[in-house]
Ligand binder design. Structure first.
Ligand code: NAP
Length: 246
């Protein structure tokens, strides 16, 4: 399958978890992938090795998506090298859980900075490039926590709800430029993001899911590639849930 041949795709958080599965799926579908990570060189090197058959179409960049100057420098390189970009997947995200009364203000801020402001900074620059070619697809990876809420995740839930609000406004702004923007909302997906949660809590989460299992990163990637396809041309401003029925 080469459905994305000649497509230039940015994936944030591309070297681990869900982002890694999304980047891999795009590479396998023929795209050139510009993958972003922020700190973990070891995982980035392992991902590069894993993708050795596609190395000519995989570029990895290390930056912090919450830094306006680092994002601007990244897009300058993208524009010089590729002129424009077709697809942006805002996947990078973090958790810093604590009940609100005990939450350090720094943890509130860091989660909002990466999950929401990072999504804003990456989307703003992508829209400017996509407007030149009057085509683009932007997909945010949000979470059901945006509307469900979970004890200990006020910062995370606020950041994910913010992504949806931003997506709905941006969809209206960019429609006339043929740029669609949607969210994919994964339920419980087996990645390092869930590491550190007590086994009893993980069992409880699993029981909540009608399909009675956690999803896989590849199952999320399937939804992302669907929304990123040229055929998904009449879908904008929507949230596609990949939750096992949650
Ligand atoms: P993960 O395994 O923890 O991976 C996070 C990725 O984001 C890593 O590649 C990390 O880079 C990158 N990253 C973190 N901070 C960054 C920053 N400031 N700038 C650039 N990149 C940064 O996470 P995941 O579970 O795959 O989750 C991916 C997305 O899905 C997140 O937005 C998350 O909220 C959402 N989601 C996950 C689940 C789930 O159950 N896993 C459910 C719903 C939604 P390094 O490797 O360099 O640290």
């Amino acid at each position: 399958m080469a459905a994305f041949q000649n497509s230039k795709v940015i994936v944030t958080g591309a070297t681990r978890g869900i982002g890694r599965a999304i980047a891999t799926a795009f590479l396998e579908a023929g795209a050139t992938v510009l993958g972003i990570y922020t700190a973990n060189e070891e995982t980035a090197a392992a991902f590069r090795d894993e993708c050795h058959t596609h190395t000519d179409r995989l570029q990895l960049y290390r930056l912090d998506i919450s830094s306006e100057s680092e994002v601007a420098a990244f897009y300058q390189q993208v524009e010089e090298r590729f002129d424009t970009v077709d697809i942006l997947v805002n996947n990078a995200g973090i958790r810093r859980d604590a009940v609100l009364a005990m939450m350090p203000a720094a943890d509130w801020q860091r989660v909002l900075d990466i999950n929401l402001t990072g999504t804003f900074l990456m989307s703003k620059q992508a829209v400017l490039l996509m407007m030149k070619q009057k085509y683009g697809r932007i997909i945010h990876i949000t979470s059901p926590m945006a509307h469900l809420g979970f004890a200990g995740q006020a910062n995370y839930a606020a950041s994910k709800a913010g992504q949806i609000g931003m997506m709905r406004s941006l969809a209206k702004e960019t429609a006339k430029r043929n740029i669609t923007i949607n969210c994919v909302s994964p339920g419980f997906i087996a990645t390092e993001l869930l590491d550190g949660l007590p086994p009893a809590q993980l069992d409880e989460y699993r029981r909540l899911v009608p399909l009675k299992r956690f999803g896989t990163p590849a199952e999320v990637a399937t939804a992302v590639l669907f929304l990123a396809g040229r055929e998904a041309s009449y879908i904008t401003g929507s949230v596609l849930e990949v939750t096992g029925g949650l």
